[in-house]
Design a protein around this ligand. Structure first.
Ligand code: NAP
Length: 269
């Protein structure tokens, strides 16, 4: 029988590094193989930010890798195992066939006015666009039809699992990750008698494409999760639900709404 291959990413602090070491030893005691290049399962030890890093590290093999998160800080959306549960988690990984659940991702394509090769990214949480200087001015198109001209600080397009992150701080809705959709949220739009945007977050289904087209300035800071990249001479930025999905190894039920409640309300009831 083929041995299960695993990798562990750590936030890098002493607690996370010590847990990484411990889990690695335990899993190898169960005859699992440590393989940083081609793991079947990736254990992220730290927080949601650590899982974002792990996702991007292994984004070229999403169909072959499942993720699981251990949190060494506060409860996370992607990291929901406690440090004192790692023995239980190791046994579950080693012994049980695990259930895999899939969450939708964001497909991002940036095209350039000079016609060079387009850039493609996959986002687990969101992508934001801000101008380098001054107000961001973008024409927003939905399914290639003009929707509005946005003027403001920036725009944020998020996945359902990313809807609890930056999107939430912008007043966006929390979307259950079983819904295949993307959400557009505004950052401080200018709204007066001259300039007008819809003002509400928009939720687009799987078969709709959202395109941002620059109006005057063509250089932008584009974020993809924790990464910020400057893009110059941009013709358009296209967003849609990606064909790829992220796969999480599930060993016990931990409903999404319970995670929302525990993270943001935490009334202990
Ligand atoms: P960071 O600034 O160090 O941390 C951002 C915070 O967002 C951390 O507390 C992180 O949790 C949490 N987070 C990440 N993904 C989440 C999710 N899906 N649901 C709920 N909370 C989540 O940055 P980072 O660690 O590199 O993470 C990048 C993320 O920061 C971006 O994807 C963006 O969503 C978020 N961000 C939020 C704001 C805002 O809320 N105003 C502004 C900029 C960026 P952990 O502590 O568990 O890692």
């Amino acid at each position: 029988m083929r041995k299960l291959k695993f990798a562990i990413t750590s936030k890098g602090d002493p607690t996370s590094n010590a847990l990484k070491q411990k889990m690695s030893t335990y899993l190898q005691d169960f005859e699992l193989v440590y393989d940083e290049e081609q793991p079947d399962i990736v254990i992220s030890v730290g927080g949601d930010g650590t899982l974002l890093y792990a996702f991007h590290r292994y984004s070229s093999r999403l169909d072959k890798t499942a993720f699981v998160g251990v949190h060494t800080g506060h409860l996370g959306f992607y990291a929901d195992w406690l440090p004192n549960e790692i023995e239980k988690l190791v046994i579950a990984i080693a012994k049980m066939p695990y259930q895999v659940i899939e969450y939708p991702l964001l497909d991002i394509i940036i095209r350039y006015r000079h016609g060079g090769k387009e850039t493609r990214y996959l986002g687990l949480n969101e992508s934001t666009v801000k101008s380098l200087v001054g107000t961001l001015v973008m024409d927003v198109e939905i399914r290639d039809e003009h929707f509005e001209r946005f003027r403001g600080d920036g725009l944020c397009v998020s996945t359902p699992s990313g809807s609890t992150a930056y999107n939430k701080a912008l007043g966006g809705a929390i979307i259950h990750p079983s819904i295949h959709a993307i959400q557009l949220a505004e950052m401080a739009s200018i709204n007066n008698r001259v300039f007008r945007t819809v003002g509400s977050p928009l939720i687009l289904p799987e078969h709709h494409t959202l395109t941002l087209k620059p109006v005057k300035a063509y250089d932008f800071h584009v974020t993809i999760d924790h990464l910020t990249v400057m893009h110059r001479d941009v013709k358009s930025i296209q967003y849609r639900v990606a064909k790829e999905k992220v796969r999480f190894a599930r060993f016990r039920p931990f409903p999404f709404w319970k995670r929302v409640s525990d993270s943001f309300i935490s009334d202990g009831k």
